[in-house]
Design a protein around this ligand. Structure first.
Ligand SMILES: [Ca+2]
Ligand SMILES: [Ca+2]
Length: 245
């Protein structure tokens, strides 16, 4: 690039000197230099994209399967850092060019919010007939009826399971198991692809020591419906302590 600016300076100088032949020769060198620089940029971009092709989702710096504010925070922490700097975060250098800069931010922004799989809650609550802890991926009517009947085992009256077209949809049901009091909750927080898998993030909330809870037995649950997925589904569980101070 230094050579390019040098050549441009010479062209401007010669414009005043009116050496037409020399100007044409230098202009030809300018065009060649620009073409060479463009070629370098193309090669650079090719190398950059191939360097990230084997990673998970581009921009998923913390490898949790989705590109969101937590990835943006990690990128911000390392922004303008080069390899070896105290705040250097190698995973934030998305295009692997040894600096975290605007080009990494653009790559992250391109995938921001992706990919989260949408789902609909069928039922969610605290009292059910399903007293053991269990996670289900339900792909046919027979299993759906069995799980639903278990969930409604203690209900009066009982209702038939909501209609689900299993040629298009799946049901995922999570049960926390019987708890000695209120204040417990189970929630399907998010679903997203990760490589060849689909990850269901489940949060189990427990009451903290300062929480005032009902003394009744509870059996928290969350049952959802989503579009059919052909990938293997796995569950990841977080445990949250409710702070009632
Ligand atoms: Ca992430
Ligand atoms: Ca970079």
């Amino acid at each position: 690039m230094a050579e390019l600016s040098n050549i441009v300076s010479q062209v401007l100088f010669l414009g005043k000197a009116s050496y037409n032949q020399e100007r044409r020769r230098l202009l030809s060198r300018v065009v060649s230099a620009i073409m060479f620089t463009s070629l370098l940029i193309v090669i650079f971009l090719s190398i950059s994209s191939s360097a990230t092709v084997d990673t998970q989702l581009v921009g998923d710096i913390n490898s949790d399967g989705t590109v969101d504010i937590y990835d943006a925070i990690l990128l911000a922490k390392s922004f303008n850092c080069k390899s070896g700097d105290p705040n250097w975060g190698p995973d934030a250098d998305i295009n692997v060019d040894n600096i975290v800069d605007i080009y990494d931010a653009i790559l992250l922004a391109n995938n921001y919010g992706k990919p989260r799989i949408e789902f609909q809650t069928i039922v969610k609550g605290y009292y059910s007939g399903h007293t053991s802890s269990a996670y289900y991926v339900i792909a046919n009517q027979e299993n759906w009826t069995n799980v639903w009947n278990e969930y409604q085992r203690t209900f009066t009256p009982r209702y038939p399971p909501p209609e689900v077209n299993f040629s298009e949809s799946l049901v995922i049901a999570v049960f926390m198991g019987e708890q000695a009091s209120g204040g417990f909750e189970i929630t399907i927080k998010s679903i997203h692809p990760r490589n060849s898998l689909v990850v269901v993030n489940v949060d189990k909330t427990h009451p903290g020591p300062h929480c005032i809870v009902t003394l009744a037995l509870t059996q928290p649950y969350h049952i959802i419906k989503l579009d059919k997925i052909d990938k293997q589904i796995i569950f990841e569980t977080t445990e949250t302590l409710r702070d009632c101070t």
